[in-house]
Design a protein around this ligand. Structure first.
Ligand SMILES: C[S@@+](CC[C@H](N)C(=O)[O-])C[C@H]1O[C@@H](n2cnc3c(N)ncnc32)[C@H](O)[C@@H]1O
Length: 405
């Protein structure tokens, strides 16, 4: 990896260091006591805790198998098939071409994971976790896409030494622009098409979080930066018919967006602004700028640059909305830890020089760029995205005749 990566700022706990460290060391010694495991299982007050921790450890060890069970079911189209009607093992064996005794292992594993359920007459049906997989194409596409990441991570220590040698780095052309130089134009165009399709397919849950957490009534024009094929803009256009839009993204991506906007009859409400936020200013004229799943793809210096450009493009009183998955567990206390962080840390490392940031880190960056009244919205499903807002209350001071933006 030639590009140096940014370090996360990890906050320490607030208790005096020596006291907290001494308490943690004591707990650790206690957990390691050879008799504790048996004693805690024999005690009705502690049994549940020991069982839960043992189970958590087992699930950590087995996580790869779980992810491959889901992937196999997606590839064999098990979820959509069973959504149409429950089916027997032999029905499914005929459809998939697998031997019943082998397929049964997969189906029983899927039952154990809550993806499928047993139904009457020896049939299998969808379990509670299988239903969304049958209904949302975006989840199935992400499961297939994650296979690239898991291939890259097959040897996790080698991966940490050279994270950009695999398929995930090759998938994202803008994260490694330098490596695209020798490729045929058609191959690069194909990469833009593939990731833009995946982003459009997987954006639905993020859009729902945004639309249900924020009132757009006070705005007139929205600039979506890193807009992709325009799924967010299209859904917001239907949700708030008074709004007009600008979309900013790399030229090949906006070329793909144009067709979709035409098909939806939105061209009169949406202006396209092809460009790169690395080189170009952002277009002016919008009173709300949205950055959806964009900042985490980029190193800190680029995020600061995008935020400064957003500040410069907004009128006084304008608002920036930054929405993406954010880290839950870097407060140093172990409180509020979220295993989804581990996925995003590794995904973003495999992709390029971006990273998962805490809301606090992003809030600080927004303030540095000049935004005030920076706040974290309280949305229902933070695993899809958390949402930050900041306001431009004033222009930044001029430095030797030029705005610092
Ligand atoms: C992870 S995708 C998110 C797309 C969309 N906002 C969503 O949530 O589905 C990041 C987007 O940023 C765009 N992007 C990356 N680098 C860019 C640059 N230098 N200038 C403009 N857009 C860029 C990509 O083309 C892509 O559409």
């Amino acid at each position: 990896m030639s590009t140096p990566l940014d370090l996360a700022s990890v906050a320490s706990h607030t208790m005096p260091t020596t006291l907290m460290d001494a308490w943690k060391a004591r707990l650790e010694r206690w957990y390691a006591h050879p008799g504790l495991y048996r004693w805690s299982l024999s005690n009705p007050l502690t049994r549940w805790l020991t069982r839960r921790r043992t189970r958590q450890l087992f699930d950590l060890m087995a996580g790869f198998v779980h992810s491959q069970v889901v992937l196999a079911c997606v590839r064999l189209d098990v979820f959509r098939t069973l959504h149409q009607a429950p089916a027997t093992l032999n029905d499914l064996a005929r459809r998939t071409g697998l031997a019943p005794a082998v397929l049964q292992r997969l189906l029983l594993s899927a039952v154990a994971l809550g993806l499928l359920e047993h139904r009457s007459a020896g049939r299998f049906g969808l379990g509670p976790l299988g239903v969304p997989l049958a209904q949302h194409e975006g989840i199935a596409q992400m499961i297939e896409h994650n296979h690239l990441l898991y291939q890259d991570m097959q040897d996790p220590v080698a991966f940490l030494g050279n994270a950009w040698a695999g398929g995930m780095a090759g998938y994202w052309p803008y994260a490694h622009a330098e490596s695209q130089a020798g490729l045929p134009a058609a191959a690069v165009a194909d990469k833009f098409t593939r990731y833009s399709e995946l982003m459009a397919a997987s954006q639905g849950f993020v859009v729902q979080e945004i639309l249900s957490s924020y009132f757009f009534d006070d705005h007139l024009c929205v600039l979506d930066v890193g807009a992709g094929r325009g799924r967010f803009v299209s859904e917001l256009a239907a949700h708030a018919p008074h709004l007009s839009f600008k979309m900013f993204d790399l030229p090949p991506v906006l070329a793909l967006a144009r067709e979709g906007l035409q098909a939806k009859g939105l061209t009169h409400r949406v202006a396209l602004h092809p460009g790169s936020f690395l080189d170009d200013p952002l277009p002016e004229g919008a009173d709300l700028i949205t950055l959806v799943r964009v900042a985490h793809d980029h190193p800190d210096a680029v995020v600061r640059q995008i935020l400064r450009k957003a500040h410069a493009a907004l009128p006084v009183g304008g608002v920036l909305m930054l929405a993406e998955p954010m880290a839950q567990s870097s407060n140093g206390t172990g409180q509020g830890s979220d295993s989804a962080d581990a996925y995003f840390h590794f995904y973003l490392l495999a992709m390029g020089a971006g990273r998962l940031r805490t809301p606090q880190e992003l809030q600080e960056m927004m303030k540095e760029a000049g935004f005030t009244h920076v706040e974290l919205l309280n949305n229902d499903m933070p695993i899809h995205a958390r949402i930050l807002l900041g306001r431009k209350s004033q222009c930044l001071p001029l430095v030797s005749g030029k705005s610092v933006n």
